[in-house]
Every structure is written in C-alpha cells, then in structure tokens.
Write a protein that binds this ligand. Sequence first.
Ligand SMILES: [Zn+2]
Length: 435
Amino acid sequence: MQDTDYVHGLLAFIEASPTAFHAVANMTERLQAEGFEALLEAQVWNVRTPGRYFVTRNDSSIIAFTLGADPAEHGFRMIGAHTDSPCLKVKPSPEIVNNSYLQLGVEVYGGALLNPWFDRDLSIAGRVSYLGNDDSVHNALINFEQPVAVIPSLAIHLDREANEQHSINKQQHLPPLLMKLPEDDKHKDGSPDFRDILLHLLKKQQPEASAKKVLDYELAFYDVQPPAVIGLRQDFIAAARLDNLLSCYTGMLALLKAEANCNCLLVCNDHEEVGSVSSSGAQGTFLKSVLQRQCITSESLARAVDRSMMISTDNAHGIHPNYADRHDENHGPVLNNGPVIKVNANQRYASSSETCAIFRNLCERADVPVQSFVIRTDMACGSTIGPLTASGIGVRTIDVGVPTFAMHSIRELAGRWDGFYLYRALREYLKWMAD
Ligand SMILES: [Zn+2]
C-alpha cells in the first residue's frame, strides 16, 4: 500500500463515520468485503476453528480477529482503539422554541473543546430505535447529511471581552439553531416534533425499515466540512474525530493484511471519552468474553493472555509551536516525526519498559521513526483504554498514538505521514508473531 492510498482511505472513512455507530457499520462492511465472517454474541461459536471473524456490541464497539494456532500456545497480538469522539448529543425532549426559532437541547459528550463548535455548518447523525410495522423495536442508522443547524457566535459588539475571556455556559449557549418558525408557530405547541422529523427522514432513507414510530435515539451533531490534506506542502490532515478514528482505521488496515495463520485481534471500544464504563466500553466485558470463548478452560485463557500483547492506539499531543511551554522540553512530539510512545509513571498509560522496547524494535524493523511523550511533571496526565485493558484482562500493554494538535476540537490536526508510519509499525507487529 502507498501512503497516498492510506490517506485517501482514511479521509473517506472519517467523512463516512460521523458517529461511533457509523464507524462500526463502515468497519463491518469493509471486514465482510475482505472475507471476515460475522459472529453474533448470542450464537454458539465454533471456537478454535481457524478463520477471520468479527463481532459487534451495541452497534458501537467491534472486535475483529484472525484465528490460526491454539491461543493458549501462541496468544494474541492485539490492537486497541476507540470509536467515539467528544461531541454534542441531542437530548431526549430536545425541542426549544425561543424568540421565533427552533433549537435543540444538547448534552456535551466527553471533554469537547467547545469554542470551535460555534459558526460551523452542522448536521445530525446516529442511531434511531423505532417501532416497525411488526410491532417490535428495531435500530437503524440515519444521517441528515445536509447542514441543518448552526451555533452562531455572539457578535463582539455585544461581548467586548470575548477575546480576553470568553466562557461558555453549556446549558444556555450551546443549543444549535435549526430554523426560524413561521409567525403563527411561535409557541411550542405548533412547533415541529423532532421524532416526527426523524420518522420522516428514516422513511425516506430506509423505506424497507417499515417504521411506524420513532421511540428513541442517540444522535450527535457533527461538522459537515469534509476532512482535507492541508499546508503549503500538504503536511497536515485536518478533520473531525481524528481522535480516534485514525487509530480504528489504521488498526483495521493492519489486521486486513495479517497472515491467515496467526492470532491477531483488533478491539475498538465505544465510550472511551466518558470513562469506558459501559457494556461496550473498555471497562465492560466485551474483550474478555471474546477471549474466553477462544479458550475453553480458565487455564488456557491465562496461558493465552500471558503470551499476548496489546498495542493501545490513541492520539498523543504534539508540541504546539505557540504553546511550547505546555510540554516537557525533552518530550515534545513533532507532527510527521512518527508515532509516539506514551509513558506515565503513575500508570495513566500502560506502557512498560518491556512493551516500549518491543515497540521500538518493531518500528526499527519497519523503518519508522518513533517519539515519546511524558506529561510535564507539574501537569495532570490524561488516560486512555490501555490501562483499563491491561488491568481488566491482565495483558502486557503499550500506549502509543500519532501526535496531533487541537485534540477534542471539532476539527483536529495530524501529520500527513504519521498514520501511515503507525500502519507500518502495526503491520510489523502482526507479522512478528508469525516469525
Ligand atoms: Zn482518544
């Protein structure tokens, strides 16, 4: 694969995946097209039959794996990532009628950087749960696709301090604006019902669903501006959700290229941005359950885990030239200088000297540059799925990721080369077991 194919594919994947549900649907489609067989958790699995499989949970987390030799003897080469990104989610009773406008109430999902959400052309996507003509509940993904909303800034003339101190009241200042109501519809009773709007869209986008009534939904706003390669010499990728769809896509590509006879696994969990405590999150039972079903006894599971490794891939903070003092001067990753090993003595990252050494060696073999990140000693460190998986499963783990700017903004920035470097390092990792 060439790096241009990689970048083209990554940008298309991000654009087609405005929510975790869409990311999993797109990964499912790709895996199936490349011969991976769908498993359902409710079915009996014919364990230890060599092959390529995937299974999803809550439509928003996915585990894909190749199975070759006995896991108890050979373990799994695992890659982890997360499917979710900070965003604004639509509340259950969202309609707000205010000064002749229809707005939707939103909750902030995760640690979103909120300022960049203003003055963007926003659309809405996610999962709706509806009553079908058969009187049972079904789920479907929908996407308004068009820019249907906006959160306008307040003019500086009405907020003279805006450039010095601009604070956002999440309840009051964030509801996106959807439409100007007709003059005789100023009161809520006459305003459109959001579930009716959803039903109309669902019937249009998926007539075969035979939907009677939309009962509930998990929907998020997103920016319709497509991802782009930017910079005087095209050094950068600008896109929403680089954290962490870049890692999901890169891990998936590496797995697609894995040898058929080895045990390789990719887990992409939802809910990382809100602490991972959910049935589909990294603190849930999903990965453990899938591993258990490949190992008949608890002893073979323990043996498999001891022979396994996890590379947890989630983006790192590049050193920002305008804010260089926010980094330790010896640990300031630079965009396009390769993937970053994340280390934290207090185990906010799961990397150990052993897993770091393995990863450095893999990068050397793949001719990939590698960097390291440690948070400034006087600042608090973030975390990710690495430590949760390490503690939940007991597997040796490393946290790595590509350096980025503007993490958790509605438009993040990564180096044009780093994702492809990460892909090459992960390819080497999945080959490593076959040696
Ligand atoms: Zn992340």
